[in-house]
Design a protein around this ligand. Structure first.
Ligand SMILES: [Zn+2]
Length: 188
């Protein structure tokens, strides 16, 4: 797994885990392979700005199998990552860390969601309590990864043909809605 950590440190103890494609930026069926294919959701930038202003540390947890499938150059991947970090910072937000799994499903690694490997690695590094940490995703594999790691799944359904989930998983239309709902609960 690839584990990027920001040099800017914060002492806050509150963390939010987020998927990347489909949550921060538009997903696409042929993978987001370079910065030109990376299109931010405006509400995601607003949500990240809100989180940073309120001292919540944000960690991206993302499957990027296009790397090992040979569909994306490593240089383009890191360029896209640096572009995303810079754009988020320029809009007033901040990412503390980003973890990526480069593997294909047939490699049977322990980091590709729904496996909990990336979430557990982040929790081990930062020492945050899994049972109190939310994970915002847009796919059932995100919900499963959150549950496998013992943290709290939240689901985004950005389109009318969104996925179905069990009733105990909260569903929101946008990332900003999910962030506002988290702040409305007493334990975040
Ligand atoms: Zn992996």
């Amino acid at each position: 797994m690839i584990f990027w950590v920001s040099q800017r440190r914060s002492s806050s103890g509150r963390f939010l885990l987020v998927d990347r494609d489909g949550v921060i930026n538009r997903d696409r069926p042929d993978y987001v392979k370079n910065r030109n294919e990376f299109i931010f959701y405006p509400d995601a930038l607003s949500g990240l700005r809100w989180l940073h202003a309120h001292g919540v540390r944000v960690i991206v947890i993302s499957n990027q199998s296009a790397l090992h499938r040979g569909l994306m150059e490593w240089g383009a991947f890191f360029d896209l990552h640096a572009h995303m970090i810079r754009e988020i910072q320029e809009s007033g937000g901040h990412l503390d860390a980003a973890l990526y799994c480069p593997h294909r499903p047939d490699e049977k690694c322990s980091c590709r969601k729904p496996a909990p490997g990336m979430i557990l690695a982040a929790a081990s590094f930062y020492g945050f309590p899994l049972a109190k940490t939310p994970f915002v995703g847009d796919k059932l594999t995100d919900v499963a990864a959150a549950e496998n790691a013992g943290c709290l799944p939240l689901l985004l359904r950005r389109g009318p043909d969104g996925v179905e989930v069990s009733p105990h998983v909260p569903v929101y239309n946008t990332f900003f809605d999910a962030v506002r709902a988290l702040f409305a609960t007493q334990n975040f």
